[in-house]
Design a protein around this ligand. Sequence first.
Ligand code: UT7
Length: 307
Amino acid sequence: MTGRIIGTGSYSPELVWDNNKLAEMVETSDEWIRERTGIARRHIEKEKSASEMAVEAAKKAMESCKEIKAEDLGAIIVCSIAQEEVLPSVSCQVQAAIGATNAFCFDLKAACSGFVFAYNTCIAYMNMGLIKNALIVGVEKLSSITDWTDRSSCILFGDGAGAAVITACEEEGAMMMRCEGSRGEVLTCPAGSTLIMNGQEVFKFAVRSVPEAILEVMSQKMLAKEDVDYYILHQANKRIVESVAKRLGEPMEKFPMNIDEYGNTSSASIPLLVDELYRSGKLPQGSRLIMAGFGAGLSWGASYVTV
Ligand code: UT7
C-alpha cells in the first residue's frame, strides 16, 4: 500500500528577511549566502504560535481536498522541532480547529526528516488497516531557536508550515528510515538554547545518505529513473540538492526547489514545496514522487508517494 496526495496547504509568514537584512546582523553578504546555499530570503514569524501556523496550513489543505472531509481523517500527525507549548499537542489543536473528530493525533519529532517519517508512519497504519486517510503537517518557528549572532547557521533558517492530506491507495509502496544517534552532536539544540550545527558534517552526511536512501526506495519498488517524475528533497542547501542530482545521474528539472524564497524550514520544507507544485498544476493526477528528508539525529529517510 502507498499514499496518494489529495490535498495540500501551506502557511508562510508575511515578514521577509532578505540576505541584506542578515548582513546588517552578522558579517556576511548576499553574494556569499546565495552562492553557498541558494537562499535569497526567509520568512519570519513574529505574531502567530506554531500551532496557529499549523492550523492555517491544515485548513488550506482541507479546503483544497475535494475527496474527503475533516471527519474522514483517521489520523493527524504534526512534525515540529520548534513549537511553544508542551501540551496539548499541536496535532490535537489542529484536530479541534478543523473538526476532525474521528482522528487520533500526535506530534512527532524527527527534525528535517519529520515529514518523511510522519508519512511513512501513516502508510504503516494504512497497511494495518487502522486508517484510510491522514493529515500530515510540518511546522517550524526556527527563528525562535536560531542563534542570530552565528553567521554559519543563522543564514540558513526560516519559518513556515506545510500540510498534506493523504489517502491510502492499493499500489505497492516503498520507504526507508534510518538514524545514527551516535552522531547526534553534529546538530543539537539544548533545552532553552539555540541550534548548534557543524554545517560541513551535515553537508557530507546529506550528500552521502540521501542518494543511498532514494536508490533503496527505487530498488524496493523496482522503479527506473523514468518512473519518477520528481524528487522532493528537504530544502537545506541548493548545493546538496545539486550533488544528489549528480550522484543519481538525473537532471535538475526533476529536483524542484524553493529554498531561495524560504530558506531551510526543517520539517515544513517538503510540504511547502509539494503545496507550491500542487497548486501550480505541476503535479497532475498520476504523478509519482520520491520524497527524501535528512537532518538532526542524525536521521534520514525516503518514501514513494503518488498524486
Ligand atoms: O536541515 C539540515 C540541517 N543543516 C544543513 O543541512 C546544513 C548543511 N551545511 C551547509 O549548508 C553548509 O555547510 C553551510 C552553508 C552551513 C556552510 O557552507 P560551507 O561551504 O560548508 O562553508 P564552511 O563552513 O566551509 O565555511 C567556509 C568559509 C569559512 O571561512 P574560512 O575559514 O575559509 O576563512 C567560514 O568562516 O566561509 C565562512 N563563512 C561565512 N562567510 C560569510 C561561514 N559562514 C559564512 C557566512 N558569510 N554566513
